[in-house]
Every structure is written in C-alpha cells, then in structure tokens.
Design a protein around this ligand. Structure first.
Ligand code: BEZ
Length: 211
C-alpha cells in the first residue's frame, strides 16, 4: 500500500514483544513512531534498536510512543532483545511487532521489491495524535537511521502543530523559527510583541515560541 503524508495510518492488531496490541488503542492520544527493520540478529538493526531503547526518556518528553516491526517471529525477537540489552546494558521496553505473515509491512508498503524483495526497508512513520501520517523516511538496508534527526523533526512538527511556525533548513533546538507566511501582516505585531526579523516579505524569523 502506498501511504502519503496526511493519510490516516492504518490500524492493526499484532503480536508484539509486549503482548498483543491494537495499534490505535496502544497509541491513545500520543504521537507514534513506527519503524521497520529488515531482520533480527543483524548488525545495523541491533544498533538502531539499542538507540531507540536508550531514547526512551526523550520520546516520553515529547509524548511519542515508539514501536518497531520486522518479519521475524516472536521467539526470535525475544531472544534477540537479550543481545540488544546486553550491548546497551539497559532495557528494550518498547514493543517489537512479530510480523511473520508480512501483513503489517505490506499494509505500510515497507517492502520495496525493486530494491530487495527479501527484506523490509528501514521505514520511519511519524504519526500525529489524530492518526495522520506526519512524516515518512525511507532508508536503505545498508544505512542506519539518524535518530537525532528523528527527534529534531518531531520537535519541528510539534512546534508547527502548537504555534503555527515553520522551521528553516538545518534548524536546531533554540534556533529562530519562521513565521508562517500565510499569517496576515497586520496581526504580526500583536502575535509577536517582542518583534521579528523581516529578511524578505515572505521570510520572517522569530524567537522560538514556548521558551
Ligand atoms: C543489518 O541491519 O545490519 C542488516 C539487515 C539486513 C541485511 C544485512 C544487514
């Protein structure tokens, strides 16, 4: 299935390392981070899931729940988790879906057969509390994902959601943000009483709101 930004993320019920769950019920009103990985007991995936486990508090701060999926079965996942926990010396306590029937990876279009028909690619779906897909990333098997970027983009999406501001290229926490050019010029002084920098009529920077 081809899923685009703005589509509703499809719901499913699946067996996971945290028990059977219904995706929507499990998400509740949190943001969701759904990650596919090619195979258990592989080096890049091992490092990625270790990083996701270590970012538990960062995700919690942002009201994000992480969940991974691969086409291995539950017993393989549970054994592999022991290795990951040994490497990171910590707990993997987010769910990993056992999708050995390939239902969820097909539902989300996570197998790109022209690239490799045997493996799930490294897909990232960020899902809003309204269950809409807010961001997708597609990494190839050979390249581990950048979770600093994933946190950065969650922050940018949440700023946009809350304050209607946009983020410029290479934006980092505490950098200035961009005023939505759709806002009428005559309300800007009231909305931004501390002022803003007008570079061009369509490019105006303002201090990051909510600091
Ligand atoms: C890895 O995650 O390291 C990996 C996955 C599939 C094939 C080869 C390597």
């Amino acid at each position: 299935m081809k899923l685009s930004l703005g589509n509703i993320a499809p719901n499913f019920t699946a067996e996971t390392t945290s028990g059977t769950l219904n995706f929507y019920d499990w998400l509740g009103d949190s943001w969701g981070l759904l990650l596919s990985h090619p195979e258990d007991y592989t080096p890049v995936c091992t490092t990625e899931l270790g990083v996701v486990a270590n970012l538990k508090e960062e995700f919690a701060k942002r009201n994000v729940k992480a969940i991974a999926v691969s086409v291995d079965d539950i017993d393989t996942h549970l054994e592999w988790i022991k290795d990951i926990e040994d490497i990171i010396q910590g707990k993997v306590d987010f769910p990993i879906i056992a999708d050995d029937k390939r239902e969820i990876v097909e539902l989300y279009g996570m197998i790109h057969r022209d690239s490799d028909e045997n493996f799930t690619i490294r897909a990232v779906f960020i899902i809003g509390p309204d269950k809409k897909i807010r961001l997708t990333l597609t990494y190839p098997i050979a390249v581990g994902r950048n979770f600093d970027e994933i946190l950065r983009v969650i922050d940018a999406l949440q700023l946009n959601e809350k304050y209607q501001v946009l983020t410029p290229a290479n934006w980092k926490q505490n950098d200035k943000v961009i005023i939505d050019p759709k806002l009428a010029a005559d309300i800007l002084n009231e909305k931004y009483p501390d002022g803003y920098d007008e570079i061009k009529p369509y490019l105006k920077y303002v201090k990051k709101p909510g600091k």
